[in-house]
Design a binder for this molecule. Structure first.
Ligand SMILES: *[C@@H]1O[C@H](CO)[C@@H](O)[C@H](O)[C@H]1NC(C)=O
Ligand SMILES: *[C@@H]1O[C@H](CO)[C@@H](O)[C@H](O)[C@H]1NC(C)=O
Ligand SMILES: *[C@@H]1O[C@H](CO)[C@@H](O)[C@H](O)[C@H]1NC(C)=O
Ligand SMILES: *[C@@H]1O[C@H](CO)[C@@H](O)[C@H](O)[C@H]1NC(C)=O
Ligand SMILES: *[C@@H]1O[C@H](CO)[C@@H](O)[C@H](O)[C@H]1NC(C)=O
Ligand SMILES: *[C@@H]1O[C@H](CO)[C@@H](O)[C@H](O)[C@H]1NC(C)=O
Ligand SMILES: *[C@@H]1O[C@H](CO)[C@@H](O)[C@H](O)[C@H]1NC(C)=O
Ligand SMILES: *[C@@H]1O[C@H](CO)[C@@H](O)[C@H](O)[C@H]1NC(C)=O
Ligand SMILES: *[C@@H]1O[C@H](CO)[C@@H](O)[C@H](O)[C@H]1NC(C)=O
Ligand SMILES: *[C@@H]1O[C@H](CO)[C@@H](O)[C@H](O)[C@H]1NC(C)=O
Length: 339
């Protein structure tokens, strides 16, 4: 069953009695909870755990079947929810556009609408939710540009917009948002280049997920200054040039996806310092050089793909010391034999 998000927010906030402030919101939420439970469509019982002490809406996965009211005045949709702090409607069948009225939720901290079928643009009015910290709109059908207004959100630490059809560039206001810890925009049609200063401008960044887009240019060496980086996914773009020493500085780097670009030069000598490295995907580039025997020191490594590059030399026997390795792909490089 498909449910319109605007309708849902209407259900959420409509029909409360004349109660002031926060309790008005609570009643609105309770009102929303009832029809779901009445329809026995909360098989996981997620809503039962919800109560006055936890003012969030943990609707969760795939079981949302609110009964639609006959008429719905969408003009007032969220007007009475000004204290709402969390909206979590992850993985339902929500359709329609994200209401512009979202901007009225001035105390919203978390907005999670990922894995629905929402269409239209990311509303610019989101800049009005000035306390928001996490926005997850991934895996919907959103189109248009990423609004630069997102950069006005002072507390924003988590932004996930992957798996949509967003185009244009990444707004510079976002690439300068020092509060960001997670920036995920994979699988869109996002183009342009990354600013040279990105790593200095986003010092707290832990995850940079930009794979499967239309990005081009060089990978900025300043990423080495974002020392908390744990996941870097720049795969399947048009990045070119060499990948410098910056990787060495990222002591927490665990997942590095650089596959399917036009990258060249030596790289393996730069990944000797990353003791946490679990996944290294370099496939389909133009990297050169030999595998250093120190690769055996990467004991955490469970996925290593070097396929379709121009690596040379022999495959060090120490590679057999990688006891966690479950995927090793070396095709179209060496002439040696895997020990
Ligand atoms: C919002 O709340 C006020 C009272 O606080 C009430 O008069 C009004 O009808 C409510 N609006 C909606 C759409 O529920
Ligand atoms: C933005 O917030 C202001 C006041 O906080 C409010 O008057 C205005 O209607 C809001 N705009 C939108 C689009 O939500
Ligand atoms: C994505 O948007 C482009 C236009 O910008 C359109 O041509 C294309 O069909 C869209 N793709 C999907 C899967 O919606
Ligand atoms: C980044 O932000 C700083 C201040 O926070 C500002 O001085 C600078 O011009 C901004 N740079 C860009 C590219 O927006
Ligand atoms: C990294 O930070 C240091 C110290 O803040 C600075 O001197 C250096 O230029 C930065 N490196 C890059 C590549 O931005
Ligand atoms: C790395 O991760 C650890 C633990 O998760 C954390 O304490 C540390 O601040 C992170 N950053 C660096 C640069 O080590
Ligand atoms: C490599 O790691 C060591 C500590 O394990 C550190 O002292 C050194 O600075 C790192 N190298 C680079 C290039 O960051
Ligand atoms: C090998 O990598 C290059 C560079 O990314 C790519 O153009 C080419 O299609 C790849 N070849 C195969 C067989 O995947
Ligand atoms: C492997 O790591 C040990 C210490 O962890 C270090 O002493 C040794 O030099 C490293 N070997 C290589 C080949 O980097
Ligand atoms: C591989 O591991 C064994 C013991 O686990 C060690 O003796 C040997 O030196 C290692 N070989 C390399 C090349 O690191």
């Amino acid at each position: 069953m498909l449910v319109s998000l605007a309708l849902l927010l209407f259900l959420l906030c409509h029909g409360t009695g004349k109660v002031d402030g926060h309790s008005s919101d609570m009643l609105a939420l309770l009102h929303f909870k009832m029809p779901i439970i009445a329809a026995a469509s909360d098989p996981n019982g997620a809503l039962k755990s919800w109560n006055e002490k936890h003012p969030v809406l943990p609707v969760g996965r795939r079981f949302l079947h609110p009964e639609a009211p006959q008429a719905c005045d969408s003009a007032d949709v969220v007007a009475n929810c000004s204290n709402l702090r969390t909206i979590d409607l992850y993985h339902n069948n929500l359709v329609g556009e994200i209401p512009l009225k979202l901007g009225l939720l001035s105390n919203l901290v978390v907005l999670r609408l990922s894995r629905n079928r929402l269409s239209g643009m990311v509303p610019r009015t989101i800049s009005n939710t000035s306390h928001i910290e996490k926005i997850a709109l991934s895996y919907n059908q959103l189109t248009g540009n990423i609004p630069g207004e997102l950069g006005q959100l002072l507390d924003l630490s988590y932004l996930a917009l992957g798996g949509n059809n967003l185009s244009g560039g990444i707004p510079h206001s976002l690439l300068n948002k020092s509060s960001l810890q997670v920036l995920a925009m994979e699988s869109n049609r996002v183009g342009g280049t990354l600013p040279p200063s990105i790593g200095d401008a986003l010092p707290d960044l832990q995850m940079l997920v930009l794979g499967r887009n239309l990005l081009r240019g060089y990978i900025p060496a300043s990423l080495g200054n974002a020392s908390n980086l744990m996941l870097v996914d720049l795969s399947s773009n048009n990045f070119a040039g060499t990948v410098g020493e910056w990787i060495r500085k990222l002591m927490n780097l665990t997942y590095l996806h650089l596959n399917d670009n036009n990258l060249m030069g030596q790289i393996l000598s730069s990944v000797t310092n990353n003791t946490q490295l679990t996944l290294l995907n370099l496939k389909n580039n133009y990297f050169v050089g030999s595998i250093p025997s120190s690769v055996s020191n990467r004991s955490q490594l469970s996925f290593l793909s070097l396929a379709n590059n121009s690596f040379t030399g022999s495959i060090p026997s120490s590679i057999s010391n990688l006891s966690q390795l479950s995927t090793l792909s070396l095709a179209n490089n060496f002439q040696g034999i895997v020990p």
